[in-house]
Design a protein. Structure first.
Lengths: 333, 333
DNA sequence: TTGTATGCGTTATCAG
DNA sequence: CTGATAACGCATACAA
């Protein structure tokens, strides 16, 4: 493919056709899998394309096929390391099935719709929404403009197609673990409390605590999934003297660990700490954070499946279980 | 814009024109800044567009204008938190000037050209390359297919348009700081040693050491910009008994800090530690890492400028100075 | 300023 | 299986 120095203007199918004496449609067919063309002619055309450096113009083909092979990925928070990791693997998975990713980075605050206009005008085939916040279902549907929208790691109040970690199972696993290591004075540091995911996690957590007769001695809110919010949340809980704290996400937990250690609290002897997500940093020896690992690969696999499916009739809400990763922040060893 | 429930098929300019009794070209002109149309007619058309939910189809307009308003962003490593932070701000800045970002996440290893074909077929206006590795200039030029390619935070061996942090100034600032705090047995942990950025940083560092009569007691290589590589690099240097170590990037330095602390080394009393980039984590109280801050906003500003410029004649290589951020890992306080 | 007509590069329909 | 021809939705040269 690199045999030729790139000319300023790329070759068109018609030009290539003229060059080797076939019709323009033949060239098009050569590049269309499953089209009716003899393997001999196809080979000749593909050979010539290779030689002359011809590649079909994807933009032009969008005109007739009405498909862009582009997925719009809507994000709003790349500060939390969980998201870049998710996005990286998602875009790679999409590329493997022939899709490209147009990244829509929505800034919180003003003029959200204005930022979303591009999603409609660029005619992406599918919109995958990773942003936990900012967009309500209605805005989302508008932005999708009739195209398929899939929620990834985010819950809908309507019945939009959704792929999400099973937050209930995750929160319960953490409680059960706290119970197993004999902690009974439990604290909770929330992330974005108003989001569906946040509420689900917190609800399941407190419910399971009650089932096991454990005591929620304190609960700290926070405005964001950030290190600083976790730090502050941990400090706010100290007065309640918990012997274990569950942070709604790893990035919060890392902040919490920092605050607790700075306050002279021994982890896990005095307070056991658990997070949620299993971001890479949670596994660093310096953090060694017990956490509920999100099934990222399976989440992505499902999202891709939904992207490719002709219809999404059943299983519009896919909840996938993760796995509790027990590390030093809760286990004495 | 949300006045209408999104119809399955979006309106075309011709349909809108028919609806309000003007020509299709009038509709097109209403949406084209600077086109010859009376403000009265434009207002009427934009009003109707708003009412009926019409938005120009960006794909179709690409056919005639030959411009996609899409920038291809080539990345290969989102594990190093510096990159997501850069990408987030870059895509937002691009959006503000009316460009969308198509993310090309190149997996190291096989079939790189195959992964790059999409860049050509999608006709992006500009390619911004953030990936430090993987692609040589020739492959890059091929992938760009005659379009503009800009290197961001990466150096070229040819004269491709480049915006990069001034690594020489950065490395020198670190050495000067080590000198100022009276350290003379210096260690260095390299990142990807084979990259131009890596070589520049290392070269400037050792040169400045020599100028100030300081001693490079040891130097550790590493295969990647990762926490683990930094951890190992720090361990490798211990035998040489350095009193200060410069890590080629923050993520390496964080690993190094972990390893040193685990080994009982006091920071900064025994060994002062400095990184490069100033990722968010460097500023966390738990890390408190002295580092050379990359001028991210200015880098992006310049990259946007180059993206929008008609020609890039002079200033094809823009080197921007950063700022040494002194924190607890080198300063006793 | 406005409308009419043409073309962008491809896919899809229709004959042969 | 192959070639000619008609869209796709918009921007622009041209005519009015």
């Amino acid at each position: 493919m690199m045999s030729d120095e790139s000319p300023a203007r790329p070759l068109t199918s018609r030009e290539l056709a003229a060059l080797i004496g076939v019709s323009q449609s033949a060239v098009s067919r050569a590049f269309t899998p499953g089209s009716s063309i003899s393997s001999k002619l196809r080979a000749r055309i593909l050979g010539a394309a290779h030689e002359y450096g011809y590649q079909p113009n994807a933009i032009a083909s969008m005109m007739t096929t009405k498909r862009t092979k582009i997925v719009g990925i809507v994000v709003s928070d790349m500060r939390n390391p969980f998201y870049p990791a998710l996005i990286e693997r998602l875009t790679q998975a999409l590329q493997r099935v022939g899709f490209q990713s147009l990244l829509f980075n929505i800034s919180p605050g003003a003029r959200i719709e204005e930022q979303l206009v591009a999603i409609r005008t660029y005619n992406v085939d599918t919109v995958i929404v990773i942003s936990a916040t900012i967009l309500d279902d209605r805005t989302l549907n508008w932005a999708a403009g009739g195209r398929r929208a899939i929620l990834l790691n985010r819950l809908s109040h309507q019945d939009m197609p959704t792929v999400c970690c099973d937050n209930v199972a995750g929160a319960r696993a953490v409680v059960d673990h706290f119970h197993a290591i004999d902690r009974h004075r439990i604290g909770y540091v929330a992330g974005l409390a108003k989001t569906a995911v946040g509420m689900t996690r917190q609800g399941a957590f407190t419910t399971r605590l009650a089932e096991l007769g454990m005591r929620l001695v304190g609960s700290a809110g926070s405005e964001a999934y950030t290190f600083e919010a976790g730090w502050q949340g941990a400090l706010d809980l100290l007065a309640a003297r918990p012997d274990a704290i569950f942070f709604a996400s790893d990035i919060l937990a890392l902040g919490g660990l920092g605050a607790l250690r700075a306050a002279g609290v021994r982890i896990p002897e005095d307070i056991a700490v658990a997070g949620f997500d299993d971001i890479v940093m949670a596994g660093w020896p310096t953090n060694d954070l017990t956490t509920y690992r999100q099934p990222v690969d399976q989440l992505i696999e499902k999202a891709i499946e939904m992207t490719l499916a002709a219809e999404i009739d059943e299983d519009r809400l896919v909840l996938l279980p993760g796995e509790l990763i027990i590390r030093g922040s809760t286990s004495g060893d």
